[in-house]
Design a protein. Structure first.
Length: 262
């Protein structure tokens, strides 16, 4: 450790009998003001601003321009104060909030990396809300339009497979996927109250009908309400009818109009 500077942040020490101690103290306070709860305006602005706010911080991108910035390197943390620019030495691990991106970046050697890219593992979370708020009923909640799950290729250290495992405690419990429309249940697929695969449907979210059940032991599928589509059409004399594309069989019942003769 230097006798003149602190080990981590490089803050200048006051020396015994030192003259103009306020100069050294002010230098240390300036560094603290830049590094503690640091907030940078941007890390993509390449042109040196003409009228920055006092105390403004910028992380330089590649090829910066301007009277002062042009001589600096990409990744430098620049601070504007009292009409002048100064480069702030930044220790590894320092966090800076990037205002125009709403993201934290962390100092990694000579570069800056988004904090999320450095979180190799997040353990022990009790709730996680993605673009929404999770609660005790739904400890994981996501409000999104698309989601992607993809396997790790063999060339990247995986085996190319992707298998999602869902588990319930006992046969009498429910393990299912519930499909809703405007928050009303319309279909449910899974192990619903037993260990057979069952598909249920509902028109109103309260009355459910079993459309299909697959026996876990035999693999036999049962369709309690039938597996064929039936449609009844009443035609009057002279009417025409087009056979639907889905129809496999047609049954016709002809009813005579009757009538008497004299």
């Amino acid at each position: 450790m230097s006798d003149d500077l602190s080990a981590r942040l490089g803050l200048p020490y006051l020396a015994a009998g030192q003259l103009q101690k306020h100069v050294t103290l002010n230098e240390a306070l300036t560094r603290l003001d830049a590094l503690v709860q640091a907030r940078a305006v941007s890390r993509s602005t390449a042109a040196q601003p003409a009228s920055p706010a006092d105390g403004a911080l910028y992380i330089l991108p590649a090829s910066p321009t301007g009277a002062v910035w042009a001589s600096r390197a990409a990744g430098d943390l620049m601070r504007f104060e009292a009409g002048a620019w100064a480069a702030i030495a930044v220790p590894d691990g320092a966090l800076v909030w990037i205002a125009d991106e709403d993201v934290f970046v962390v100092r990694d050697g000579v570069s800056w990396v988004a904090l999320g890219q450095r979180l190799g593992a997040v353990q022990g979370l009790t709730r996680l809300g993605l673009n929404t708020t999770a609660d005790a009923t739904n400890p994981f909640a996501a409000r999104i339009n698309k989601a992607l799950w993809t396997a790790i290729n063999a060339g990247d250290g995986g085996d190319g497979d992707l298998r999602m495992t869902f588990n319930k405690e006992a046969a009498a419990d429910v393990l299912s996927l519930l499909f809703q429309s405007n928050w009303g249940g319309r279909a449910e697929l899974g192990l619903i109250g037993d260990d057979d695969l069952t598909l249920k449907v509902s028109a109103d979210g309260s009355t459910w009908r079993t459309a299909m059940s697959v026996d876990r032991s035999t693999g036999a599928a049962a369709f309690p309400t039938g597996c064929g589509r039936v449609e009844t059409t009443v035609l009057t004399s002279g009417a025409t009818w087009t056979v639907p594309a889905w129809a496999r069989r047609i049954e016709a019942v002809v009813v005579g109009g009757g009538g008497g003769g004299g």
